[in-house]
Design a protein around this ligand. Structure first.
Ligand code: ADP
Length: 872
């Protein structure tokens, strides 16, 4: 085994769960299992070292300058990458060059812009159980955003986890979700879970780490002194990030603790069903609420808008503050556009700031900071013209960071390259020693030009030129035609197709001087740059505060722009349990239709007569749309946005529950019906009189009778919940459910009107009082293009079923579950369940399959067939 391989194995053993990128010259090499794992993912050739040995060592490699792309590919697949650099100069090293892992890139800990989405945070999180409470902490190292909360149950923790949707989850090696293992598996199915030894650090150690990192005397101010679960989770996240970054992450200076009750809870299914961030069908941003609302000018704004959408507010005051600011920005069009234009010149300050603190910012990053700061004074001036309290607060607290901008402007050249390696970064006049080098460089250039002129004259070769390349250094180049004139003191260095390159003693001596000066210059520039970067890092919390204010301004302007573009109105916020919307529209569906084609609808929900609306109507009538639009309008109002309606009064809700459509492809291993029931269980357990519940078709995933019975019972339960009931919109194609309104005082029937016209069904899209008379399923099937023969036959069967009742249906149709007589509940008030069994059922009931010979069985089959009276 070579010494290099020995070194490799030692470092690999210290990073067993990461793919090791081992720096060798201009490449990162991977060996052994790492190579075998990475080569196919990275689509690079798997070769081997010592090919002719008995056991050749598999290896593959990637060029160091494009490593970021390859690292990203591995991390996207859920792997971690340990980047191992040469930490001493190979030319002076004795033996194997010293190497160290300088950082570990994991799905939740990334800082490279190429690996991150501008409009999304990238959190690494930790769930820690202490006693009977769960701490949830999460940190985005690319921005410094660090938060934690404490939760009483694992299920609620998972809801919050889903809302935050981190990229990586740290868990104690022993953590066991117990009876919640199914919910746990669902919630963490798209997250990389890293097991760590949380319990190897005690409370005192964790608290000490937090105090030190956040520079506080005690944790009381943060409100977590009595919350060991939060202390443990937050400290574990910090420790993990510091270890992987090999850095003390100076930009992480603040931990924001919060309570779940500070914001509306939006669980994973609400986020998904209301298509807040992505559409259900295409799984893309198109067709989502955020797509309609997002007109942000900065990446920070885009991320914050996402957060606002997932964290609607619960208290009237902050909502009204946002609404007032949006109103002002919506009305002041010219001013808003100026503000947006200025915001567009601001780069991603949060991420640039993080890169400065992590010592990873390059010269162009600092120029981007400088350019961003330059728009701030003007921005502040324009903001002074606004009067709403929130905009006023933003303008008065905005730190325009002039001093930092000046610091950069004074030091960094406008044409500085990305890389520090070649110099050309620092301005003249910054450092006297550097100025001397810069002068020397200029002199050297002149000296070279003079040499070229002199040699041209001496040799009489007009095309003679002096050049430089990295491998051969300085040379005099002479084309083939003039070879006969090359003076004898020229020493041949390199042969090209049409020319020869030479060196002279004089040029060689000068080269040494030039290269030495250049090396000193780049080293000095490097040091000066690093020291500037460090001075900026000291101010990282100032930069962060400014970034946050700009993000908020950006989101408010974006909401104002969306409001104006789409004709939204300012909702009135009520403290009663009432939601009243006049001519409401679905913000996304209306965009997918030609202007003016969306039919607006009124909607009223309260705690008295109109608490539970049972909405019937044929498929495709628009039931889902009206349900979702009511939820979306409520949610938009609570994030502080204007809403798509003519008028809206929104009584604040504490949570929006959804149970919508089939989502069987979402979680492998769960049936559609199981997911439906899990979602329904959440609603009946957790809804309060202040909640809004959207139920679209409960019980579709099971037999008609089961489904109908469950749906009936759920409505009864919600009606009587805590004696006051829960505001509920219930869409169903079981028109039997309209019977509920006769029994329960706060249940009302509505339907979406359709008109039969010349044998066709016309969808009017209007929500009207009263139940639907029938379900029009066959007409919709015809519209969908089912063959005429099937449509006619369906009408025939329907006619028969309507005359003979549902039990016959169960007996007749293959695949339908037939309930045994004993399991029928006498309380279910559906008359069809009480019907006598038909002749076919009676005959079947008499049979005992165990007593039949094969021959008899055949016989009975024919008999049953005859009883059926038809051949399908
Ligand atoms: P359902 O839930 O009753 O099956 P959907 O709500 O899914 O029906 O609506 C079906 C389609 O009808 C929608 O995709 C949309 O294109 C259209 N639609 C629904 N509501 C309206 C409306 N108010 N105005 C215009 N088109 C509508």
């Amino acid at each position: 085994m070579t010494p290099m391989l020995q070194q490799y194995l030692v470092i690999k053993a210290q990073n067993p769960d990461a793919v090791l990128f081992y720096r060798m010259g201009d490449f990162y090499e991977m060996f052994l299992e790492d190579a075998e794992l990475a080569a196919p993912i990275l689509q690079i050739a798997l070769t081997s070292r010592n090919k002719n040995d008995e056991a050749p060592i598999p290896m593959c490699g990637v060029p160091h300058h494009s490593a970021a792309v390859y690292i990203r590919k591995l991390v996207e697949k859920g792997y971690k990458v340990a980047v191992c650099e040469q930490v001493e100069d190979p030319s002076t090293a004795k033996g194997v060059v010293k190497r160290e892992v300088v950082r570990v890139v994991t799905p939740g800990v990334q800082t490279e812009p190429e690996a991150l989405r501008d409009d999304q945070s990238n959190f690494v999180s930790c769930i820690s159980l202490v006693g009977d409470r769960y701490g949830l902490a999460y940190l985005d190292v690319s921005t410094g955003d660090f938060r934690s909360t404490s939760v009483g149950s694992l299920l609620s923790t998972l809801d919050e986890f889903g809302r935050v949707s981190p990229a990586e989850l740290l868990l104690d090696v022993e953590f066991d979700p117990g009876s919640e293992d199914q919910a746990f598996a669902v919630a963490t199915s798209s997250v990389v879970v890293t097991r760590v030894g949380l319990s190897s650090f005690d409370l005192a150690q964790n608290a000490a780490l937090l105090r030190k990192k956040l520079a506080v005397e005690n944790l009381e101010g943060l409100g977590i002194a009595d919350s060991p679960e939060q202390i443990s989770a937050a400290a574990s996240v910090l420790r993990y990030v510091m270890e992987t970054q090999k850095n003390d992450i100076g930009h992480v200076t603040e931990l924001r603790t919060y309570r779940l009750s500070d914001a509306m809870i939006l669980d994973e299914s609400a986020k998904r069903n209301l298509e807040l961030l992505e559409s259900l069908s295409r799984k893309s941003r198109r067709g989502s609420l955020i797509d309609v609302l997002d007109h942000t000018a900065t990446a920070m704004g885009a991320r914050l808008l996402r957060e606002w959408i997932c964290r609607p507010l619960l208290k009237a005051r902050p909502i009204l503050e946002r609404l007032d600011a949006v109103e002002e920005l919506a009305e002041g069009i010219a001013l808003r556009e100026t503000v947006i234009d200025l915001l567009k010149k601001v780069y991603d300050l949060e991420r640039l700031n993080a890169r400065v603190a992590l010592a990873r910012a390059h010269p162009r990053d600092l120029l981007a900071l400088r350019d961003s700061f330059q728009s701030l004074p003007a921005l502040q001036e324009y903001l002074l013209e606004f009067h709403s309290s929130l905009l006023k607060r933003i303008s008065t607290s905005l730190d325009t960071l002039d001093d930092l901008g000046e610091m950069i402007a004074k030091t960094i050249r406008d044409d500085a390259p990305i890389s520090l390696a070649e110099g050309g970064v620092i301005r003249k006049g910054v450092d006297p020693e550097l100025d001397r080098y810069l002068d020397a460089t200029r002199n050297n250039k002149e000296w070279i030009a003079a040499l070229e002129a002199r040699e041209k004259a001496a040799t009489g070769i007009p095309s003679l030129k002096v050049g430089y390349n990295k491998v051969f250094g300085y040379y005099i180049e002479i084309t083939r035609a003039h070879f006969d004139k090359v003076p004898p003191e020229y020493i041949r260095k390199q042969t090209l197709v049409n020319a020869e390159r030479f060196i002279t003693e004089e040029l060689k001596d000068r080269e040494t001087i030039i290269l030495e000066a250049r090396e000193k210059q780049t080293r000095l520039e490097h040091d000066l740059f690093v020291s500037l970067r460090e001075s900026l890092a000291v101010h990282s919390s100032r930069i962060r505060s400014t970034a946050e204010l700009l993000a908020r301004l950006d989101v408010l302007a974006s909401l104002a722009h969306a409001a104006q573009l789409n004709g939204y109105v300012k909702p009135r916020i009520l403290d009663t349990g009432e939601i009243s919307i006049r001519e409401g529209r679905h913000p996304v569906v209306e965009k997918s239709l030609p202007p003016g084609e969306f039919v607006p609808n009124d909607m009223r929900l309260d705690m008295d007569g109109d608490q539970i609306l049972v909405v019937t109507g044929p498929n495709m009538a628009g039931k889902s749309t009206i349900l979702r639009q009511t939820a979306l309008i409520t949610l938009m109002a609570q994030i502080g946005s204007f809403v798509p309606a003519l008028e809206a009064e929104i009584g604040l809700v504490d949570r929006i529950f959804t149970r919508i459509g089939a989502s069987d492809d979402l979680f492998r291993g769960y049936s559609t019906f199981m997911i439906e029931m899990v979602e329904t269980a959440t609603i009946v357990h957790q809804s309060t009189p202040r909640s809004l519940v959207i139920l679209d078709e409960i019980g579709r995933g099971t037999s008609t009778v089961d489904g109908l019975s469950i749906a009936w019972a759920v409505v009864e339960y919600l009606h009587n919940r805590r004696g006051r009931g829960v505001k509920t919109l219930f869409a169903t194609h079981y028109h039997e459910l309209t019977g509920l309104s006769r029994l329960l005082p706060r249940v009302k029937n509505f339907n979406i009107a359709v008109k039969e016209w010349q044998g066709n069904v016309l969808f009017l899209r209007k929500l009207v009082r009263g139940g639907a008379s029938h379900s029009y399923g066959i007409e919709v099937a015809r519209l969908a293009g089912l063959p005429r023969s099937i449509i006619d036959r369906s009408r025939e069967i329907l006619g028969e079923l309507e005359s003979c009742g549902l039990p016959e249906l169960s007996g007749l149709l293959p695949g339908k579950t037939r309930r045994s007589a004993g399991s029928r509940s006498r309380q279910v008030p559906f008359e069809f369940l009480e019907k006598e069994p038909g002749p076919l059922e009676k005959r079947l009931d008499e049979l005992n399959p165990d007593m039949l010979s094969p021959r008899e069985a055949m016989h009975v089959l024919y008999e049953l067939k005859q009883l059926l009276g038809k051949t399908p």
